[in-house]
Design a protein around this ligand. Sequence first.
Ligand code: HEM
Ligand code: HEM
Length: 181
Amino acid sequence: MPDRPQGYRVPARMFHWGIALAVLLMIPAGLTMTREGLSRPLQDTLFIFHKNLGVLLFPFILARLAYRLTHPPPPLPDSMPDWQKRIARLSHVLLYTLLILMPLSGFTRVRAGGFPIELLDWLGFGPWIGKSETLAKMAQGLHYAGAMCLIALLTLHVAATLHHALIRKDSVWPGMWPPRG
Ligand code: HEM
Ligand code: HEM
């Protein structure tokens, strides 16, 4: 009998893959727009894309977290050793932490630097954070460190998924991939 035949619920899968797609666009956009020697129009477009998709993503991340806290995930396969289960759970907690930290530090970096966030400005929101070079620098450092941790953790996350899907062939991958059953 397959362990964990149900897997994640449909909303959990939709949150996971929707946010994953957005994050996988945010990371290369962020890394490219901060490179030297980029043409000004391309850099401006990437900044506008990155800032606005990032703030748009934030309510979805909060909704996902609220859903997760009220709907426990399916148990991990019995065949997994305890230490691997502990690492899997810890990595998920860290991923959620970074999903919160990244938009908040990005927002603070931009607002404390005195820059626009077109979507929020268009909606008539105030800046919420006063201009401060010190705060902008701190938030920039945090955003950069968070980005590097996120990239490292996602590499591990995808490698672990491949291991489950291709080598162990257990219920982890079918438990998150869209088709149920
Ligand atoms: C790119 C951004 C991604 C983020 C931020 C992310 C985040 C997460 C988080 C937080 C969980 C835990 C879900 C929970 O228990 O509530 C999870 C589970 C999972 N993710 Fe991702 N993920 C991403 C991309 C991917 C990709 C590209 C793959 C596959 C190649 C993948 C495969 C999985 C699988 C199979 C699970 C289920 C793990 C389990 O059953 O414990 N994820 N992901
Ligand atoms: C899940 C959300 C986010 C992810 C994964 C992400 C990822 C990244 C990455 C990988 C970089 C390049 C590394 C760096 O220079 O820090 C970056 C830079 C940047 N991001 Fe984000 N970001 C997110 C949200 C946001 C938001 C919401 C804003 C602003 C509203 C923002 C503003 C910026 C800015 C201004 C930079 C350039 C930093 C600098 O001044 O050097 N980010 N981001």
